[in-house]
Structure formats: C-alpha cells, structure tokens
Design a protein around this ligand. Sequence first.
Ligand code: CA
Length: 226
Amino acid sequence: MPAKILLVEDEPALVETITYNLRREGYEVLSETDGAAGLRVAQSATPDLVVLDLMLPTMDGMDVCRQLRRSSNVPILVLTARKSEADKVLGLELGADDYVTKPFSMRELLARIKAMLRRNRASQPPSRQAFGKFTLDDARHEIRKSAAPLALTPLEYSLLRFLLQHHGTTLSREMLLEQVWGYDFAGDTRTVDVHVRSLREKIEDDAAAPHYLLTVRGIGYRLDLD
Ligand code: CA
C-alpha cells in the first residue's frame, strides 16, 4: 500500500509541484491550503506523514503542529522560510520531526520524506490492536467487532478509533469535537450526538439499549469494552 502524505501548503505553485513529484514517486497525496482544514484532515484521514508549511491562513503551522501532536505521532516535516522558526518547531513543545528551508530542491524534500517514512515504519508498533471484542487495524483502516468488519464512514472510523483508544474514560462532546472533528469545527455539539447514534446502529446489538457506547448524562460519552 502506498504511503499517504498530507500536504498543508497555501502557495498554489508549490502545492502543484510537490503533489506532482510525490505522486510520481508513488505516494498517495492529500492536500489542504489552510491550517485549520489541514489539522482536521490530519486527524481524520490518518496520513503516514504530514508536510506542513508554517505560514498558513486560518491557523499557522506552529499551532497545527502543536494541536496535532496532542493526538497523533504522525511524522511531521515542516517547510519554513526561516531557520529560526525551524529550531522552534523541532523543539519538544511543537514536536515536528524534520524540516526543510525554502527554497528547497525537490530532491532534498523527497529524500527527507523517504527517510522519515522508513524510520517510522521501522519503529512502529503493530498496526493491529485489540480492544475487547473490537480490533483496530490502522493499516487497513478497518475496525472489526468479533472478527466481522464494521461498515463505517471515515468519520465513524475516526470517532470509534478515538473512543477505543480512550475506552473507560468519559469524554465530553467538546473534547470529541476537538479531537475527532478538529478543534475549530464550525458545528455544535449535537453533531457528536448524531454520529454517536449512527455509530451505535453499527456496533451495538440493540442501539436503543447500548452496551458499549454509553451516554454519561450531563457530560458526554464513554466506551466500555465489556
Ligand atoms: Ca505559506
């Protein structure tokens, strides 16, 4: 399966060149031209690597980096015009993995990406994790219940994945919005309820009397494994 790379960059010419070159190398490429959308896609589409420009509209790259690190270990390669910025993003707080300074050669960018993907693959835990009756398989983008694959939309997948990884913990609607939809999602918390309802239809034996995905009154939801 080709590695999936998310490019967050607002300069159209750069987007075009980088996308073209990455595709030619056989990578799958997603791209977003502003920070908020980039963060959302980074959280929902589980890319293998994120190429992130720092100067972006709606939310700058530093904030994207900081937010993304709270919920993901995806390798982040930063594109920056200034070396001083690069030092900052590689720091512990922001947690980017590498950077190239603009202008860069496409060869250099590709070499960095290749090296980062290789490193990450080598250090990655197995992509399949069991949570009670559920099995999360990130490589296949699939969640099974008692060995049968669930037919989930990408959003339901992200939501259930997050709930599984935080099973036993009560999660507020606000937190779910922030972590699953992206913190700036321009919707209200009822969005969460709607998706929880549809998720219950798929994972519960009786969606009206949920056994796994429980409502915690006045707070939000909790996923229990047994
Ligand atoms: Ca820019």
